[in-house]
Design a protein around this ligand. Structure first.
Ligand code: SF4
Ligand code: SF4
Length: 503
């Protein structure tokens, strides 16, 4: 059957400057380039190009150009390029269209329609370079009352506080499992978590022994597939996260293709090599809040009540009511993952059409828990679409205690968001299990780049806090007076709990 798919990109090599070093042939994992011995030149098959920009970055002569192709499907106001292309693909493959990374549709990002306040005359702004600015945050359940006892000379706090996660900056690395990313990536994130005073969530793929030395800075997941979960696993790590849902694919399970289940992945996940790792859509031991409560209790009991339990849900229509139930089930932290969250592989139709943006979810959950008087019993982590330090600040002002980031950390390492993670051919050595391509990612350099990003964002957060006249992240949490909306409807403003610009 002749394919009707038109190429997405036009790849050109400037033959004047190209020295035929063949670097592009090696760098391109999608086999776009081949060396033509007869003509002593590089041949191009642009149909295979995914615009990962690896060849452009590494071409020593800057001879390569990749641009959207001028050849287009015939479009009209109703049938756009993407719809036509998807139908052509499905007519040829007959299956669900997969994609990687997060939703790329416009109009789902509310952060860009929120503006921050700055102090002017009263409540003066603070210079973060010369005055103390506290980014340290404690995540976990806080007691309703502070219980003090006096020895006559001093007071001692004897409140029964649950175990807390201490973060030096309100940014945590979200779940990235071994299999979805390779061990070099996981190690780089774990190292950065240590050096930046934060945590890395190893996701649902179990804990590889290479990460044991970073255990104090790891969050370990118990997901529906229960890959790699055993007593020692629960004992390692600083917190346990029960993953109910994921922003990129709410309501469906996970799928790691068999090609990515290498010897090491199979040992870590405790599944046979080369088999598909399927996480069922539901946890088969959770069908109610009572069941969830029981699982939380079991995990706490198994770990001697020594570490906080996080429950991660996808942001969906009734997140606020769900969160209320999760607090009552005994979780210490709730992580909410918005619909723009990334993943290694998801059906495109789910990624782009299911769930709600994190801004709406975090605001409605924070409001509901405050109304019910139970906000102190849980910390909230907002994830799924956090792209910058200003997104972090806005998420915290909307009610989060801290933010999960993942794509931003991968971009810092080299990812160009080409969205082909599910192919296992990541040219930047990030989401591939191929032992040779994985070596493209040097964990030392990657850790340094991510550490720089966290440092830069932390400095920017201090600048924004100082500008608002606030000297600690905790004072910003849920402080929606610091936000104003632009281009939002009355109802959107109401849900976000903020006012219009100019008012
Ligand atoms: S897929 Fe990437 S490396 Fe290959 S030609 Fe396209 S941009 Fe270059
Ligand atoms: S991780 Fe790799 S494959 Fe995935 S979007 Fe980034 S560059 Fe592309």
């Amino acid at each position: 059957m002749k394919s009707h798919l038109l190429p997405d990109y036009k790849v050109t090599i400037d033959r004047e400057t190209c020295t035929v070093c063949r670097g592009c042939v090696i760098q391109c994992t999608f086999n776009v380039y081949s060396f033509n011995k007869e003509k002593n030149r590089i041949d191009i098959d642009a149909n295979k190009c995914v615009d990962c920009q690896r060849c452009i970055t590494f071409c020593p002569e800057n001879s390569i150009t990749v641009a959207p192709t001028p050849i287009q499907y015939k479009q009209n106001a109703s049938w756009d390029r993407e719809n036509i292309r998807n139908i052509v693909k499905q007519a040829e493959a007959g299956g669900i269209l997969l994609t990687g990374m997060g939703c790329d549709k416009p109009d789902f990002t509310f952060f860009d329609r929120l503006l921050l306040n700055a102090s002017q005359v009263t409540n003066p702004s603070i210079d973060p370079i010369r005055e103390p600015m506290e980014l340290r945050t404690y995540l976990g359940s806080k007691p309703s009352l502070v219980n003090l006892t006096s020895t006559g000379e001093s007071w001692t706090d004897i409140s029964l506080a649950s175990p807390q996660l201490q973060v030096e900056t309100p940014i945590i690395f979200s779940a990235m499992s071994f299999g979805s990313v390779n061990l070099n990536v996981q190690e780089a994130l774990a190292r950065t978590a240590v050096s930046s005073g934060t945590y890395f969530n190893v996701g649902e793929g179990g804990l590889n022994p290479r990460l044991n030395k970073y255990a104090d800075h790891l969050v370990l997941q118990v997901a529906s597939g229960r890959f790699g979960v055993h007593k020692k696993y629960l004992d390692a790590g600083a917190a346990i996260e029960i993953k109910i849902g994921q922003g990129a694919k709410p309501g469906i399970g996970g799928h790691l293709p068999g090609e990515k289940v290498t010897e090491e992945v199979s040992a870590t996940r405790m599944i046979p090599k080369g088999t598909d790792a399927i996480s069922p859509a539901p946890h088969h031991d959770i069908y109610s809040i009572e069941d969830l409560s029981q699982l939380i209790s079991v995990i706490k009991e198994a770990t001697d009540y020594s570490k906080p339990v996080i429950v991660k849900i996808a942001a969906v229509h009734n997140s606020a009511a769900i969160a209320s139930g999760i607090v009552r089930a005994g979780a210490d932290i709730i992580a909410i993952d918005g619909m723009r969250g990334s993943t290694g592989a998801a059906p495109q139709v789910i990624r782009d059409n299911v769930g709600i943006p994190i801004e709406m979810a975090i605001a409605s959950v924070d409001s509901r828990l405050n109304q019910e008087g139970i906000r102190n019993r849980v910390s909230l982590i907002a994830g799924g679409g956090i792209r910058s330090s200003s997104d972090v600040v806005k998420a915290i002002a909307l009610g989060a205690d801290a933010c999960y980031i993942a794509t931003a950390a991968l971009i810092a390492m080299g990812c160009t968001v080409c969205q082909k993670c599910y192919t296992g051919k990541c040219p930047w050595g990030i989401t591939t299990m191929d032992p040779v391509i994985s070596r493209r990612l040097n964990p030392d350099i990657a850790a340094k780049r991510v550490e720089n990003l966290i440092r830069a964002w932390s400095l920017e957060i201090k600048e924004m806090l100082g500008g608002m006249g606030i000297n600690s992240v905790e004072s910003l949490r849920g402080n929606r007076h610091q936000l104003r909306g632009v281009g939002l409807t009355e109802r959107e403003l109401e849900i976000l709990g903020i006012r219009m610009v100019g008012s």
